[in-house]
Design a protein around this ligand. Structure first.
Ligand code: F6R
Length: 628
C-alpha cells in the first residue's frame, strides 16, 4: 500500500526519488518523505498530505550525495502526520517500510525499557531502532538487518541505509512487493516497476524472505537461508508514457476511455478471428519462469491447458472488491457456458473459513495488482490443499502471477486510478472467453455456439465506443443524482454484480451511501428504504431477466423511488417510467454487462468530480492492498 523508492548512483537522488514516488502515489497519499545523503550526513525531509507538499518543501533543497530513499504512506499504525511519515531516522539508520509488524507492541515495550527515544506512533520506527542497535554492534548493515529479521512478525518490506556505510542499501521483502531496477552504473529499488520505468527496463523481482544488498555497481540477493541466490533479470518493454494522463483530467477518466482498447488487447492473444474460436494462449501450466513462459510452444501449451480443464471437476474463484464482482460474473458464465460447478469467495473470508477443497479443483484468483494480500494468501492456501492455481491478473511478475501454475493476463496496461475500471472490463472479457473455451473442451458448447460467442465478444470494443459517446448524458444524470440521500443499484443475472460494482464506485468516489442488490431481493428488506429521496439505478438491458427486472422497477416506483434506468436501444417503456433513461447498444446477453458498467463508472466519476473530490485518489483508500 505504501510506495517505496531507493536509489544509489550518479544522478540526483532527489529527482530519481520524486519521479518514482509520483508514479507510486496511487499506493498511499497521506504523507511522504525522503532521506538523502548530503555532505556524508542524512537529510530527512517529510511532509503531511500529498506528494505535492513534499515537493514544495524540497524545491529549495540541494543534495550532493549518491544515495537516498523515499516513501509515500498509507497509514496503518499511527495517524497521518509528519512525525509518522517515513523515512524514520534512528542514529545513522534511515528506513522506509510497507506493511505491518504484528508484534510491534512487544518490541516497543522492550525498546522503551532499554531507554530508546521513540518519536512516532508507527511500527516502522521500531524496526529502525532494532537495526540501529545491531548496526552499532556489527558495523555491517547487511548483517544488522539479517540479525533482526527473526524478531519481526508480519508481512512487510523494508528499505534501509546507514550514514556510516554510504554506498549501500539493504532491502528485505516478505509480503509487499519490491523490485530492483538495474543499470550498469546505478541501482534502484521500488515497490513497483512503474516508479523506475523512466530510468530502466531491467528488473529483478524479489521473492518473499529475500534480502537484496545493493552496493556501488553491484547487487546480491540472499535467500531465506542467507545464501546468495541467482535471480532472473526480466526485461520489460514498457513505455513510460503508459503511466501518463495523456491530456485527460484524471487517470480514471483516461482509463474509462481506454476500455474499448483494453477489451481488444485482453482478447487479442486468445481469439482466432478467422475461425471465430477461442484458443487460450500461453497459460503456461507447468512452467516456472518468465523466460519459459515467453518461449512456450503454443500448440503444446494449448494441449496442456485442455488437459487441465478436462480433469477439473470444480472451480473456486477468489478475489476482493471489484475483482470479486468480476468473480460473481465468472460464476454465471462458467456455469452457463461450461457447465462446471463454481464457488466464489471473497479472499479474506475464504482464507479463514476452513474451505473444503476437493480433488481436481482449480482455483482462479482475480487481481488487477497481483499483490492483494488476502488473495495471495487464499491462493497459497488453495495450492497447499492440492488445487491447481490459475491467476487472472494485470501485473506480470506480481506475487500472485509468480505463484500461480497458470496465467491469464488482463493486458490493459497500468491502471493508476485507485478505483478499478479498465481492469474490471478486461477481466469480464477474459472470463467470457475462458468460459467459451472451457465449454468447448467439456463439450457443453457446439462449434456454432462458440462462433456466436466469439462474434459477440469481437463486437464489444466498438459497442463500448458507442457507450462512451453518450458520456454527456451520463454527466447530466450524475448532476441530478446529487439531490438524493441514498442509492439502490439493482439488476438480475449478470447485471446483479454490475449493480454491486456501480454502488461501490459511487461509495468510493463520491462518498455517498449506495447499495447494490439483486433486484429480486428488494422485497425482502430494502424496499423499506424507498421514499422520494431514494434513487434507484436499475440495470434492465433486453435479456432473459428483463421482464422480471421491470416488475421490480415498478415495485420501487410504487413506493415513490426515482428511477434511473439503463436499458437497450430506444426503450419507450423505460423512458416513460424513469427520471433518466440511459441507452446501451444492442448486445449479446453474455456481453451486455461489459457495456452497462460504463454509465455507472462515468456517473460516479462526474458526480465525485462535481463535488470537488479527488477521483484518482479517494480518501482513505489506496491501490494494491498489501495488508490483510
Ligand atoms: C475498487 C477497487 C478495489 C479492488 C480490490 C482488489 O474500485 O479497485 O475494490 O478491486 O482492492 O484489488 P486487486 O484486483 O488488485 O486484487
Amino acid at each position: 500500500m505504501c510506495g517505496i523508492v531507493g536509489y544509489l548512483g550518479p544522478l540526483d537522488p532527489k529527482e530519481v526519488i520524486i519521479t518514482g514516488l509520483k508514479k507510486l502515489e496511487y499506493r498511499g497519499y497521506d504523507s511522504a518523505g525522503v532521506a538523502i545523503l548530503h555532505d556524508g550526513k542524512t537529510k530527512q525531509i517529510r511532509a503531511l498530505g500529498k506528494l505535492k507538499s513534499l515537493e514544495d518543501k524540497l524545491s529549495s533543497e540541494k543534495f550532493n550525495g549518491r544515495l537516498g530513499i523515499g516513501h509515500t504512506r498509507w497509514a496503518t499504525h499511527g495517524a497521518p502526520s509528519e512525525r509518522n511519515a517515513h523515512p524514520h531516522q534512528v542514529g545513522d539508520i534511515s528506513l522506509v517500510h510497507n506493511g505491518i509488524i504484528e508484534n510491534f507492541e512487544e518490541i516497543r515495550e522492550e525498546l522503551l525499557k532499554q531507554g530508546a527515544k521513540i518519536n512516532s506512533d508507527t511500527d516502522s520506527e521500531l524496526v529502525a531502532h532494532l537495526i540501529c542497535i545491531e548496526n552499532k554492534k556489527t558495523k555491517n548493515l547487511l548483517t544488522a538487518v539479517q540479525n533482526i529479521l527473526p524478531r519481526l512478525v508480519g508481512a512487510f518490506s523494508i528499505v534501509v541505509f546507514s550514514e556510516d556505510q554510504p554506498e549501500e542499501i539493504v532491502a528485505f521483502k516478505d509480503g509487499p512487493p519490491l523490485v530492483v531496477g538495474i543499470l550498469p552504473d546505478q541501482l534502484f529499488v521500488a515497490s513497483d516497476v512503474q516508479a523506475l520505468l523512466p530510468y530502466t527496463q531491467n528488473f529483478v523481482y524479489l521473492d518473499d524472505r529475500e534480502i537484496v544488498h545493493i552496493q556501488k555497481n553491484k547487487f546480491t540477493v540472499f535467500g531465506p537461508k542467507g545464501k546468495a541466490v541467482n535471480k532472473e533479470i526480466v526485461e520489460l518493454n514498457w513505455s513510460p508514457e503508459l503511466t501518463e494522463k495523456q491530456g485527460y483530467a484524471h487517470y480514471m477518466l483516461k482509463e474509462i476511455y481506454e476500455q474499448p482498447r483494453a477489451v481488444a488487447q485482453a482478447l487479442e492473444p486468445h481469439l482466432d478471428v478467422s475461425q471465430f474460436c477461442v484458443k487460450l494462449k500461453k497459460l503456461g501450466f507447468g512452467t516456472t519462469s518468465t523466460q519459459q513462459l515467453e518461449s512456450l510452444n503454443s500448440a503444446e501449451d494449448w494441449k496442456k491447458t485442455q488437459e487441465v480443464f478436462k480433469q477439473t471437476e470444480r472451480v473456486f474463484i477468489i478475489a476482493c472488491g471489484t475483482s470479486y464482482y468480476a468473480a460473481m460474473i465468472g460464476k454465471y458464465l462458467l456455469e452457463s457456458l461450461a457447465k462446471i460447478p463454481v464457488e466464489i469467495d471473497i479472499a479474506s473470508e475464504f482464507r479463514y473459513r476452513s474451505p473444503v477443497i476437493p480433488k481436481n479443483t482449480l482455483v482462479l484468483t482475480i487481481s488487477q495488482s497481483g499483490e492483494t494480500a488476502d488473495t495471495l494468501a487464499a491462493l497459497r492456501l488453495a495450492k497447499s490443499n492440492g488445487a491447481t492455481a490459475l491467476s487472472l491478473c494485470n501485473v506480470r511478475n506480481s506475487s500472485i502471477d509468480r505463484e500461480a501454475h497458470g496465467h491469464l493476463y488482463m493486458n490493459c496496461g497500468p491502471e493508476i486510478g485507485v478505483a478499478s475500471t479498465k481492469a474490471f472490463i478486461s477481466t469480464l472479457a477474459l472470463l467470457n472467453a475462458l468460459s467459451v473455451a472451457w465449454g468447448r473442451i467439456k463439450g457443453a458448447l457446439t462449434e456454432a455456439q462458440e462462433q456466436e460467442h466469439v462474434k459477440a465478444l469481437l463486437a464489444v470494443p466498438s459497442q463500448l465506443e458507442v457507450v462512451l459517446s453518450y458520456d454527456k448524458y451520463f454527466a447530466q444524470a450524475a448532476d441530478r443524482l446529487k439531490e438524493f440521500k441514498g442509492f439502490l443499484y439493482m439488476g438480475r443475472g449478470l447485471q446483479y454484480p454490475i449493480a454491486m460494482e456501480g454502488a461501490l464506485k459511487l461509495k468510493e468516489l463520491a462518498y455517498m451511501h449506495a447499495e447494490g442488490y439483486a433486484a429480486g431481493e428488494m422485497k425482502h428488506g430494502p424496499l423499506a428504504l424507498i421514499d422520494d429521496r431514494m434513487a434507484i439505478v436499475m440495470l434492465a438491458p433486453s435479456d432473459q431477466w428483463y421482464e422480471k427486472t421491470i416488475s421490480n422497477l415498478e415495485e420501487a416506483r410504487a413506493r415513490g423511488g426515482h428511477v434511473i434506468s439503463i436499458g437497450t436501444g430506444d426503450n419507450e417503456k423505460l423512458k416513460r417510467v424513469s427520471l433518466y433513461y440511459l441507452s446501451l447498444p444492442k448486445s449479446h446477453w453474455t456481453t451486455s454487462m461489459l457495456l452497462s458498467v460504463v454509465p455507472l463508472q462515468l456517473m460516479a466519476y462526474h458526480l465525485a468530480d462535481n463535488l470537488g473530490y479527488d477521483v484518482d485518489q479517494p480518501r482513505n483508500l489506496a491501490k494494491s492492498v498489501t495488508v490483510e
